[in-house]
Design a protein around this ligand. Structure first.
Ligand SMILES: C[S@@+](CC[C@H](N)C(=O)[O-])C[C@H]1O[C@@H](n2cnc3c(N)ncnc32)[C@H](O)[C@@H]1O
Length: 297
């Protein structure tokens, strides 16, 4: 596969009629020196045209991942992404590593990962809106993060291999999860690691839930495995080293409706009479976080 042709093709996505006005808003932002603080909020401190910043951020809605603070504008995203980041933080060290984040959305985790001083940071996400949110934040941060408008399916053709690949919240969106895990395996250098999370169901069987048409009102969720079934998928993809890092139930403090998204959030996705179930009657969303290692030889 020729990735250069694909990049050229996808660059045209930025001219779509819903994206082009957002790109124009970004092009006219003033160049400015900023101080950047990488804590739970990715924070920009500078002498800004506050009204302009607020209006541009509003144009780029919905903000699923964050939070970000740019001068007086606090982007209170739907997801409190620091909850996942802080949960995973003790389990990785990215110093001098080549790192990829697959399904990186607007790059919230990538911005935070800069604190480890990795050798390189590359984000993959085929969404022109999320890439535009990334470009907006990066206008101030001025990082060297590379954002590719590519998907996990392109990873094996990428020009470099990675030491650490994050793939968070993507697996359940794939109709062929073993193929996705094989792509991650091919994208890694020998001895490399994947940090992955996915929805899972409780149980000692090697089975998975196949939602009829939606799961927690998300239409494109295909398979929700038990941890044993997930382990088998990983083994089929070539990962013989499978370590469970954490499990967690999604809580309303982590995902909730804010003024930075339209529509609904977690509280609307659960059964109002029984929060242990989704509106469809399936077990409420729970995540398992795993580390997978590629053999050294
Ligand atoms: C549920 S979000 C997860 C975001 C983030 N990784 C996290 O865990 O908070 C799924 C992300 O995958 C992206 N995505 C969609 N198709 C993809 C693909 N083929 N390859 C990689 N990412 C994809 C979406 O644009 C979205 O940003």
């Amino acid at each position: 596969m020729n990735l250069e042709d694909l990049r050229t093709e996808r660059k045209k996505w930025m001219t779509w009629k819903n994206i082009a006005p957002l790109r124009e808003a970004l092009e006219t932002l003033a160049e400015i020196e900023c101080e950047v603080e990488l804590s739970d909020r990715v924070k920009i401190i500078a002498d800004l045209d506050e009204r302009r910043i607020y209006e541009t951020a509003r144009l780029l809605m919905p903000w699923r991942k964050g939070p970000f603070e740019i001068g007086a504008t606090f982007i209170d995203s739907e997801w409190q992404s620091q909850v996942k980041y802080n949960l995973l933080r003790p389990h990785f060290d990215l110093k001098d590593k080549r790192v990829a984040d697959i399904g990186c959305n607007n790059g919230y985790y990538l911005f935070r990962m800069q604190e480890d001083k990795p050798k390189s940071l590359v984000g993959f996400d085929p969404s022109p809106l999320y890439k535009t949110q990334f470009d907006f934040i990066n206008h101030f941060v001025k990082s060297e993060i590379v954002y590719e408008l590519l998907g996990v399916e392109h990873l094996e053709f990428y020009e470099e291999k990675f030491d650490v690949i994050f793939c968070l919240g993507v697996l359940y969106h794939r109709s062929d999860p073993v193929a996705m895990l094989k792509s991650l395996h091919k994208g890694l250098d020998k001895g490399g690691e994947v940090i992955l999370d996915t929805f899972y169901i409780e149980g000692d069987d090697e089975t998975c839930l196949c939602p009829e048409s939606s799961y927690s009102k998300i239409p494109n969720v295909y398979f929700v495995p038990t941890i044993k079934a997930l382990k088998n998928w990983c083994s089929r993809a070539g990962f013989h080293d499978f370590e469970v890092l954490e499990t967690s139930l999604t809580q309303p403090h982590e995902q909730r409706k804010t003024e930075w998204i339209e529509g609904q959030s977690l509280e609307d996705f659960l059964d109002p009479n029984d929060n242990s179930k989704t509106v469809e009657g399936y077990p409420a969303p729970a995540r398992v976080y795993v580390k997978l290692r590629k053999d050294k030889r």
